[in-house]
Design a binder for this molecule. Sequence first.
Ligand code: SF4
Ligand code: SF4
Length: 463
Amino acid sequence: MLTLILFSVNLLFLSGAVLFTYESLREKEPRAPKVGLAGVLFHLILGGFILAVPSVRPVAAVFFGVALFILLLFLVPSVANPRALKGASGCAVGPVSRFDERDIVFARNRSLPPGSEPYRQYYEGHPEKEAYDARRRERGGPIGRPGAIDGGHPPNVSMILSSFALPAFLASQARVTPDPAKPPVALPPEKAAQIVKGFASHLGAALVGICRVNPLWAYSHRGEIFYGNWEDWGKEIEEPLPFAVVIATEMDLENVGAGPHTPALVESSANYALGAYVTTILAQWFGGLGYRAVAQHNRHYDLLLVPLAIEAGLGELGRHGYLVADQLGPRVRLFAVTTDMPLATDNPIDKGIEAFCRFCKKCATACPSHSIPLRGMTVQNGLERWKLNEETCFDYWGKIGTDCSVCMGICPFSRPNRTVHRIVKWLLPRSYLAQRLLPHLDNWVYGQKWKPKAVAPWVDYSS
Ligand code: SF4
Ligand code: SF4
């Protein structure tokens, strides 16, 4: 009887090891299949010994007893994270002031032509940034010379530039004002939310959530100039519209996995094009129903999208400062449409991601520019969080000519939703032990070093 029980339990463990090996091979993981294979061999040999050597059975019984006890400990429930459940406002530990779009790296580099009046005004107030920004401008801005890391691989660079052309083309259409002669179409907020979510998904959004807009996440002053609208530079941005439909588009795992090489930027630029397309259509849809709407995409932002996505229940904030989305991890690009049409809203979620990030640190270890904090959270502008050093991160982008994406590719939450990862994601928000043990186990099984993965021939840069 003991032999049968031991053999069956061993078979269960063996099946788990086989499944894990198979899935990590499909994911082209460099280290995990070897660990899985070692597990398969161990359980094959153990199974043989259980059948053939009676003296091994008591040892095997103790081994499985300990293993099952540890598995039972995973059932100890975790405590809910009140920060996560409050949304982005959960990070606020003091007064928070609105961010000024003129201060962001992209606005400083793109929208302050040397010799212009905005240039003079801005650096008069921020002299410490002038020499630094000038150096970055000389290199070609935050993305530098596109594709430099791959010798400027022309097919990929042309894909990047052609994708970025679409948001630029749509920038002037982002703000929709309805015909004042037409009364707005009244819909129950639940019905309106259902329709807009369905339409957004149909157009290409992978995740859609809705929140009320907290004005704290709106920029205070305009800093990005995209279509010659220089009269807007430095203007106070008006109070945002009260509702936001926040969408996330899914980035292809294989292309993100090639970061910091050009396929990563091919992927993000294509997502920026998709996001501009979806949000422009949605904004026009709201306009057609008689409501005001603003598409928030790569060439027109009034708000910070990560806090908005957290409030709309799309995910939690990760150590690397990006959204870690439910199911897709950081492998997303975010967009939104703000509107005054009343919509039913969603709630922030707690998926155990912040707890996992405390122990994981994989992105911080792998970041080539050491821009992600390895230690605890810090407080800036009244917000307590892990604060990415954007300046050093963008400096690295400027050197390599892509948007890097190593921190996205290496994040355990970016992995596809196959059985093993689905079990882990189910367990995390529920189990105290899972939140503490699995980050270490993940680092051991998958490793902490980053190695770009192979890509499909159409985007292969190696030639
Ligand atoms: S890599 Fe680890 S620490 Fe970084 S965001 Fe992902 S889970 Fe958090
Ligand atoms: S994009 Fe690259 S350089 Fe920037 S934080 Fe992520 S890993 Fe670091």
